[in-house]
Write a protein that binds this ligand. Structure first.
Ligand code: AHR
Length: 507
């Protein structure tokens, strides 16, 4: 225990963070910062897409404020169209003149009528507009092999029958498509397959998804959720040699039945429990990775955590099944701790996609008509942009550890570091609700001339852990300049306020 307290006066917690030896091969793939956009609630319609005729300022139908927010986050990859929606989606309904596109019922998400006005062209054009890599989730549950094979052809072929249809619909050149998911949650909403049966289906579907005209697919099998190790085992055994990646879904959720708890009203105990549950993602990844190691010791196959984040009860008064939830400083902590964890696991974890980008679960932005707010989680992703494609620096962290409900433990200080272009970026989270944390970081080994180094920083914090941004208080939780870090004798030191997240740039 490093924390000290005397004569009833509480003192700051203390932590020492010692950087280890860098390995130039350990780059944090930018895809760790992936996002997810599903046809669910107002994620697509209202959140991203308003159509060209909307009074909401837009570029070719995409709302300008959200476009800018996505650009500022340098979103590296965007998963679409689901989620559970993917396995009921028939892509041919979403091409051609919008007025002629058939409607469907979004059975998974509140029975809302989907008019298919956001389809393949709208998605791929969005990815081009914001400079992001598309990640397509294909329909295995209610689709056919031919349907998925033709979708790939439509998107990526220079010529041929599908390319001709695409050209007739106004897109001459093929788009680029790397990431192809073969189904989503195929053990559940994606078809309720048994693992052996899905493994056979995966082998079959992936056979017909071809590489056209220099496009090269990275094929992703629909993987396990949470603690289902058998799914990973069977898939790797039967189809591991035919995939580039396998997914894993892990939500910070109290359970799958009954109330999940309010996003904005929670006790201190609930808060600490949430962080314990969120950190368990590290153990889960390691367990699934160990199974993958049996069949793929060279770690050729990536583990893609393509859905993660907090899942609370829907906000009162919102449409049931639309999964609209608020986002507090607690969610920001979950984001920071999860990203710190992923940074240390990139020998196997090649991509993650937080759920979801707008108006659904732990989102980056919330929109209402022409208004948009950036969530506390958005600000964590913003602070962490410099870690994208940077060289990971392992850290030895000496800090207190707090025992929390359900026999989990949470370190008081969580940290991660990376370097790129001569700048070292260090991100720190003090999870303690009451006490500040005094942190010391010796810089020798990661900075050429520690005595001459300069530091600047940003902080995300709030008066209450349950604070959030809303349409009448858009900037309640926001990034601020942090100038309290000092370097003396080659040691960086700072005092982090309670419940704060700080990112420092040192050069
Ligand atoms: O993100 C919401 C849903 O969670 C997705 O549609 C599904 O894949 C998962 O169960």
């Amino acid at each position: 225990m490093l924390a000290m307290a005397s004569a009833g006066v509480s003192a700051a917690n203390k932590a020492v963070v010692t950087p280890g030896k860098q390995d130039s091969a350990r780059i944090i793939p930018k895809e760790i910062y992936g996002q997810f956009a599903e046809h669910l609630g107002t994620c697509i319609y209202g959140g991203i897409w308003v159509g060209e005729d909307s009074p909401i300022p837009n570029t070719k139908g995409y709302r300008n404020d959200v476009l800018q927010a996505m650009r500022d986050l340098k979103v590296p990859v965007l998963r679409w169209p689901g989620g559970c929606f993917a396995d009921e989606y028939h892509w041919k309904d979403g091409i051609g003149p919008r007025s002629k596109r058939p409607r469907m019922v979004n059975n998974n998400w509140g029975g809302t009528v989907e008019d298919n006005s956001f389809g393949t062209h709208e998605f791929f054009n969005l990815c081009e507009l914001i400079g992001t890599e598309p990640y397509l989730s294909g329909n295995v549950g209610s689709g056919t092999v031919a349907e998925l094979a033709e979708w790939v052809e439509y998107i990526t072929a220079e010529d041929g029958p599908q390319a001709l249809v695409r050209k007739a619909n106004g897109r001459e050149k093929p788009w680029h498509l790397k990431y192809l998911g073969v189904g989503n949650e195929s053990w559940g909403c994606g078809g309720n397959f048994l693992p052996e049966n899905y493994a056979d289906q995966y082998r079959r579907y992936q056979t017909y998804c071809r590489n056209f005209d220099g496009n090269h697919l990275y094929k992703i099998a629909s993987g396990a959720s949470d603690y289902d190790y058998n799914w990973t085992d069977v898939l790797m055994k039967k189809a591991g040699n035919m995939m580039d990646g396998i997914s894993l879904h892990y939500y910070t959720v109290t359970g799958w039945t009954g109330s999940k708890g309010s996003a904005t009203r929670f006790s201190d105990d609930d808060y600490y429990w949430t962080l314990g549950k969120c950190l368990e993602i590290g153990d889960e990844v390691k367990k699934h990775s160990a199974i993958m190691d049996k069949y793929d010791p060279e770690k050729r196959v990536g583990l893609l955590v393509d859905e993660w984040g907090t899942w609370w009860d829907e906000e009162p008064g919102t449409v049931r099944g639309h999964l609209y939830q608020q986002n507090t400083m607690r969610d920001a902590m979950v984001a920071a701790l999860s990203l710190n964890t992923f940074h240390g696991l990139t020998d196997r974890v090649k991509m993650t996609n937080i759920a979801q980008i707008a108006n659904v679960l732990q989102s980056m932005v919330l929109t209402k008509d022409d208004k948009m707010v950036l969530t506390p989680t958005y600000y964590v992703f913003k602070m962490y942009v410099p870690h994208q494609d940077a060289e990971w620096i392992p850290l030895d962290i000496k800090t207190d550890v707090r025992q929390v409900r359900d026999n989990r433990s949470v370190p008081t200080l969580s940290a991660t570091a990376s370097s790129k272009d001569g700048v070292v970026t260090i991100s720190l989270a003090n999870i303690d609700l009451k006490e500040p944390c005094e942190v010391e970081i010796p810089l020798s080994g990661i900075i050429a001339k520690p005595a001459a180094a300069k530091v600047s920083g940003e902080i995300l914090s709030s008066a209450n852990i349950a604070d959030y941004n809303d349409f009448d208080q858009a900037e309640k939780v926001t990034l601020k300049k942090f100038d309290k870090a000092k370097i003396r004798n080659g040691v960086l030191s700072l005092t982090m306020p309670a419940k704060s997240i700080v990112t420092l740039s040192v050069k």
